[in-house]
Design a protein around this ligand. Structure first.
Ligand code: ZN
Length: 340
């Protein structure tokens, strides 16, 4: 089947697990109850995705407080008790972990979650990991003091984790690199190389997600400064087209990205963001279908995967659920129309 749907990654957590509509929301359970709660939440969000008609499912990132810092906090060489405030993506301040010595992966981070999920569904599973550049941009480095060097270290750690996720049954491993829309010179100088090192040797599908961020105020304000045409992808896509990464997940819905830039990804699978995550209004299936149709002018249907613009963790649960259904229904509309 063509036009298979998937999501960027995260979904809102149940209100009994973490405070709703909040980034870095603290857990509301502890100890064994927390572990049990995370698994129950994964099952619940998996059932929501399947019922909505999402083809390539995720764990909804139910076991992470944050898509980057949860991974970083599991590593050796990182102090996450004495946090420092840094400016993330040149945009907003956050309290982040500090690199205090050589970094290393102590133990698998998401491998058990993936095994659990694999036992719950027959559908293909996509698992997200933070990309090396975005990791570097989400901490305070008091040891290497060199972004490229630290990114290379992280790439090696990510590669270990990704290889184990692949063995545990992941069908797609996605690296989230919102930093690729901000530090364009570094993307060309070492960002793509670090990303490829993170994905080296994987036989499952590999993806990179590049977006304009969650629907939080700092990101919405930043987007207002980007002018009438957002052309950040223009410098990144040709580099990605030449890379070994198989899929690119990007933002299209309600955005100012000129769609002709998608043509720069010739030969790659394109995960087209057809759901706006910065808006509480649930799209009509016809709106989703219109975004997919526009993208099909530049991406052949066999390479097009309707997706969300970004993660939906900051949204209300019923809004996110409505958006999942709209995504699947919109893709089904286009499939019927073109007889796929
Ligand atoms: Zn995103």
């Amino acid at each position: 089947m063509l036009l298979q749907t998937t999501i960027a990654g995260s979904l809102p957590k149940p209100g009994w697990l973490a405070e709703p509509k909040k980034l870095w929301a603290p857990w509301l359970l502890e100890g064994d109850l927390l572990e049990e709660g995370k698994r129950d939440a994964m099952r619940l969000l998996l059932a929501d995705q399947e019922a909505a008609g999402i083809d390539i499912v995720t764990d909804g990132e139910q076991t992470r407080r944050h898509f980057v810092t949860t991974f970083i906090e599991s590593l050796k060489g990182v102090d996450f008790e004495h946090r420092r405030t840094v400016r993330i993506r040149n945009r907003y301040d956050a309290d982040v972990p500090v690199v205090v010595g050589p970094v290393g992966r102590g133990k698998p981070v998401f491998v058990e979650d993936l095994r659990f999920l694999r036992g719950q569904t027959k559908r293909p599973i996509k698992l997200s990991l933070p990309g090396p550049m975005t990791m570097v941009d989400t901490l305070y480095d008091n040891h290497y003091r060199n972004r490229e060097k630290l990114a290379r270290e992280f790439a090696a750690i990510l590669n270990q984790e990704a290889s184990e996720l692949e063995r545990a049954g992941a069908d797609v491993i996605q690296f989230d690199e919102p930093a690729f829309n901000v530090y364009m010179d570094e993307v060309a100088a070492w960002g793509i190389a670090a990303l490829e090192a993170a994905a080296a040797g994987l036989k499952c599908k590999t993806a990179v997600h590049i977006c304009y961020g969650y629907g939080i105020k700092a990101n919405i304000d930043w987007k207002k400064t980007l002018g009438s045409e957002w052309r950040q992808y223009e410098s990144t896509f040709p580099l990605l087209a030449r890379s070994k990464i198989a899929q690119v997940s990007l933002e299209c819905a309600s955005s100012h990205v000129p769609l002709e830039l998608l043509a720069l990804l010739k030969g790659k699978d394109v995960l087209v963001g057809a759901i706006d995550v910065a808006n509480d209004t649930v799209e009509k299936p016809e709106q989703v279908a219109a975004t997919i149709r526009s993208a099909m002018r530049f991406v052949p249907p066999e390479r097009l995967y309707p997706c969300t613009n970004c993660g939906m963790v900051p949204l209300a649960r019923e809004v996110a659920l409505g958006k999942l259904k709209a995504l699947a229904a919109g893709a089904a509309l286009v499939r019927r129309e073109v007889g796929l």
